[in-house]
Design a protein around this ligand. Structure first.
Ligand code: ITT
Length: 214
């Protein structure tokens, strides 16, 4: 008998770089289905003030339409010398139509001559699985902004982000190296722990209920 295929999990993202990372991390546990492979085609306006607000609104919008469990990631780069910018605006930092290279160039320009290069990537991941039922995972990773791009791996701001923990830029890191220390890898690990804890609670509640009815 052939083993049953992993369950499908919709990831409410149109970002190919994120989808690739989710596939790599969750690959054996779930079959990751990107938004492009669903019937959902609306533009989701990210109007939230925090990563959590935006992750929740993306997950809710897709769940509302498709009615099946959805994972959504909102993430970004927070630069200390820029008071946390681009933050939740990371994807839109370069304006409409700007490429990742444009955003990187703009950030490097805005940091010209700035000595404090400290920055962190932040991710909030929401698993939405029923009306007002959701679990949240958070993750961060610290580093600094280089003065020029270094490497071509990853996506977005990876080539200009030097990871303190890896001792190299995310642009130079291979997928597994990045996922081991990244904001997204950590947010997913946090979420998986919360899912496991909530399953344990459900089991002990059920057992408690059974025991109290014995
Ligand atoms: P979805 O909303 O469809 O998932 P998005 O790219 O718009 O795609 P966000 O609103 O969460 O996603 O914006 C995140 C941006 O932050 C992303 O476009 C990158 O520019 C940057 N970013 C987030 N995680 C990153 C990572 O691991 N490496 C490099 N850049 C990252």
């Amino acid at each position: 008998m052939s083993p049953s295929p992993p369950p499908r999990l919709i990831v409410a993202s149109t970002n190919a770089g994120k989808i690739k990372e989710f596939r790599r991390i969750l690959g054996e546990v779930f079959e990751v289905i990107p938004l492009s492979q669903t019937t959902f085609s609306d533009e989701i306006e990210e109007t939230g003030a925090t990563f959590f607000d935006n992750a929740l609104l993306k997950a809710k919008a897709v769940y509302g339409r498709l009615g099946v469990p959805v994972l959504a990631d909102d993430s970004g780069l927070c630069v200390e010398a820029l008071d946390g910018a681009p933050g939740v605006y990371s994807a839109r930092y370069g304006g409409a139509g700007a490429t990742a290279a444009d955003c990187n160039a703009l950030l490097l320009k805005n940091l010209e001559g700035v000595a404090n290069r400290s920055a962190k990537f932040v991710a909030c991941i929401v698993l939405y699985f029923g009306r007002d039922k959701f679990l949240v995972g958070n993750g961060e990773t610290a580093g600094r902004i280089l003065t020029e791009p270094d490497g071509t791996n990853g996506f977005g701001y990876d080539p200009i982000f030097f990871s303190d923990e890896l001792g190299k830029s995310f642009g130079q890191a291979c997928a597994d190296e990045k996922n081991a220390v990244s904001h997204r890898g950590r947010a997913l690990a946090d979420l998986l722990t919360r899912i496991a804890n909530s399953e344990k609670r459900k089991t002990s509640d059920r057992n408690g209920w059974q025991n109290s009815n014995n």
